[in-house]
Ligand binder design. Sequence first.
Ligand code: SF4
Length: 442
Amino acid sequence: MQTIAKLRILADAAKYDASCASSGVKGRDSLGGKGMGSAEGMGICHSYTPDGRCVSLLKILLTNFCIYDCRYCINRKSSNVQRARFTAAEVVALTLDFYRRNCIEGLFLSSGIIQSSNYTMEQLVEVARSLREDHDFRGYIHLKTIPDADPQLLALAGRHADRLSINIELPTSQGLQQLAPEKSASGIASAMGDVARHIDEARQEGQAHAAQKPVSLPGAQRARRARPARYAPGGQSTQMIVGADGASDAVILRTSSALYTGHRLRRVYYSAFSPIPNASADLPLQAPPLIREHRLYQADWLMRFYGFAHEEIIAPGATGMLDLEIDPKLAWALAHRQHFPINLNRAPKEWLLRVPGLGGRSVERLLAARSVRSLRLADLQQLHVASAKVLAFVELADYHPRPGALESAQLREQLIAQMAQGAVQRRHSGMHLTAAGQMALF
Ligand code: SF4
């Protein structure tokens, strides 16, 4: 099979991995010699590096052959899809070729399992090793690792990769047992623990190295100290499939929280289950609404950057599901109105972060502004934070919500209507609501 045909199959097979999700651009291909610049079908996607840069990556599978039969996976052993396989040398050559043409800045490589977990992992490691050692490749490498592989192979993978990821696949071990019985939740947890330990050790060695001051005697040549070996400086991430089993959002967030605290993961990616051809009867016939995935990402953001615990976002005893109509921070604020209004001139940062509509950057701007003057309504306009959501929950030197507005049974519906109206106005005219217009409701 020609390389281009393999690339088409293995780039398409990789698109189900959410950790790097913008693969392909529909509707603008340059096949047939027309136009230029399209990367459609070539597996080029965009991803974000740990320092926030957006980079183009070649996102492919080494192979979509697999000896496992995970029910939710298009590449499972029993799936009737066209198969292809690259050699490690072919992936290296492709990566270098794309890199030299300036199409990519790195590689995202995953694989179905062939022969054994160790054999597959050896191939993935060989790609990364060869790129780094044989070709001095300085671009970004993200390797999906095979959880049952020997820990020594995981250790080697981290030496060459910027980021490693091990898919947890499903939110519970029962779900994994039901839909991917050949995988083991304890094996995945153990591999994540190993990677976390290596990352911590490398970081500590790096810090100790940076803190050491070289001692040299007058006239003596300064001794060179070997830099400690790198290990996945971009940390580790994972992916969880949403909606393939019956796990609620509360269970999903609890699992994510445990991963962030237990294994210090950089990211948990949520991938809404998409129905596959000839699927097992265990699987739902329909995909969950995409907004569910979006709400999970918002809730995840609240846990990582806004100081929320998972059980605050979805209180025990509730439905266990996020509200699809409103974002999780607004849902929390509406359920905890006794904490509001928040005084924007006096509240500590952790409470400002809990105000619906205030993001991390807005909070920083507010803190800077209030350090030099008492904030008034007009200041919010200037700081671009005067949205309907914010004004319902805050007070300022010259502004208080209308008495009874916060307790109103209609507040939720009023805010939903205002947000919808605001979105339409922004879409059609690019105009922002005036503070006076927003205040009218409260
Ligand atoms: S091991 Fe990976 S590629 Fe193989 S069937 Fe399971 S999810 Fe798919």
